[in-house]
Design a protein around this ligand. Structure first.
Ligand SMILES: Nc1ncnc2c1ncn2[C@@H]1O[C@H](COP(=O)(O)OP(=O)(O)OP(=O)(O)O)[C@@H](O)[C@H]1O
Length: 303
C-alpha cells in the first residue's frame, strides 16, 4: 500500500448495527474520501466481542497511524480501550444513538464534515478513566441512567427515539439507591436516583449532565442526583444541563443536585444499583474505585 504525503494511513472501523443511520454505501464513501485526500485507507467491520487484536496486529505490522470509529459510544469504548496503548490517533464519525464523546469533543454531526475533520485534523491528548478494572472514556453511571442503558440494550431498535422511550418508561418506575462516596477527605452518604461520573460533558444528544466537564483537565465531573419529588426532578435536571454550577462536596440543601470534580473516588454501592460504562450495560459491584487516566489517548477533534 502506498504512503501518503502526510505519512498517515487510516483504518476505518464501521459498526453495522449502531444508531439508526443507513450504512450501505458507507465503505465506498469512506474510500472515495480517502482517495480525495490522497491517503491510504481500509475499511473493516467492528466486532461485537470488542476483541481488536486483529486491528492491533495490522497497526504494528502495516504501520497504520489513524483508527477511525464509525459508530457510537459503546464502539468508541471498545476500540479505544483495546488500542489506546498503540501510537495512533483515534477519530470518530458519529453514527451511534447518543455519540456523547464525539459531541463533547465538538466533532461535527454531519457526515461530510466529520470525514473532513478526520483527514485534516490532529490528535489531541484526551483523558479517560478506569472503573475498577474497566476502561471508560465518556461517562459512567449507577442507578436510573444505568437501568435505562440496560433496558435500551435489550430493545430490537436503537437510536434516540428508543432511548427516549426507555427513559420515560424508567422515570415512572424508578426508585432511589443508597451510596457512600469517599472523595478527597469527604465522606458523602446519599440516597439518590443516580450518580454520573463524567469525562465528557454529556450522556449524548447534547444532554449535558456535566456542563463544566473538560476532556483534558485531568479531572472527573461527579453529579449526584438525590432523592427528591418526581415533580421537581425534571426541572432540577433541566437546570443542571443548561449550565449547572459546581456546588462542591458539602451538601447545601435537600433537593439540589450536587456537582463537583475530583481525580479519583471510591463509591460504595449499598443497594447494588445497576451500572453503565459509556452507555453500555455492565455487571454491577458493591464497590467501585474510579480514577482518571490523564492524557490517555489522542482524539482527532477541533482545537
Ligand atoms: N459487528 C457487530 N455486530 C453486532 N454488534 C456489534 C458489532 N460491532 C460492535 N457491536 C456492538 O454494538 C453495540 C452498540 O454500539 P454503539 O454503542 O456504537 O451504538 P449505539 O448504542 O447505538 O450508540 P451510543 O453508544 O452512542 O448510544 C456495542 O455494544 C458494540 O459492542
Amino acid at each position: 500500500m502506498r504512503i501518503s504525503a502526510s505519512g498517515r494511513k487510516y483504518i476505518f472501523l464501521v459498526n453495522p448495527i449502531s444508531g439508526t443511520a443507513q450504512k450501505s454505501g458507507l465503505q465506498k464513501k469512506l474510500l472515495d474520501a480517502a482517495l480525495t485526500f490522497g491517503v491510504p485507507a481500509i475499511v473493516l467491520p467492528t466486532v461485537a466481542s470488542g476483541n481488536y487484536k486483529f486491528v492491533q496486529q495490522k497497526i504494528e505490522e502495516e504501520g497504520y497511524t489513524d483508527v477511525i470509529i464509525c459508530g457510537g459510544d459503546g464502539t468508541v469504548n471498545q476500540v479505544i480501550g483495546s488500542l489506546r496503548k498503540n501510537d495512533v490517533n483515534f477519530g470518530i464519525i458519529p453514527m451511534g444513538s447518543g455519540n456523547g464523546l464525539a459531541f463533547s469533543a465538538k466533532i461535527p454531526k454531519t457526515f461530510s464534515r466529520a470525514v473532513d475533520l478526520v483527514f485534516t485534523g490532529k490528535g489531541a491528548y484526551t483523558d479517560a478513566f478506569m472503573v475498577n478494572d474497566q476502561f471508560a472514556c465518556m461517562l459512567c453511571g449507577v442507578g436510573f441512567d444505568a437501568k435505562v442503558a440496560h433496558d435500551f440494550a435489550n430493545q430490537p431498535s436503537r437510536g434516540l427515539l428508543t432511548y427516549t422511550q426507555q427513559t420515560f418508561k424508567n422515570f415512572l418506575s424508578t426508585g432511589t439507591y443508597h451510596f457512600e462516596m469517599q472523595v478527597d477527605n469527604h465522606l458523602i452518604n446519599t440516597e439518590s436516583f443516580f450518580i454520573s461520573i463524567a469525562n465528557s460533558n454529556q450522556f449524548g444528544n447534547q444532554f449535558t449532565i456535566a456542563p463544566k466537564a473538560s476532556l483534558d483537565d485531568g479531572l472527573l465531573d461527579i453529579v449526584v442526583v438525590p432523592k427528591m419529588s418526581k415533580a421537581i426532578l425534571p426541572f432540577a435536571l433541566i437546570q443542571q444541563i443548561s449550565g449547572g454550577a459546581l456546588t462542591g462536596t458539602s451538601k447545601k440543601s435537600k433537593d439540589t443536585i450536587q456537582y463537583f470534580q475530583a481525580a479519583k473516588l471510591q463509591l460504595k454501592n449499598k443497594d447494588l444499583a445497576p451500572l453503565h460504562i459509556d452507555g453500555e450495560p455492565k455487571e454491577t459491584a458493591e464497590l467501585f474505585n474510579i480514577k482518571v487516566i490523564p492524557k490517555s489517548f489522542r482524539l482527532i477533534r477541533p482545537q
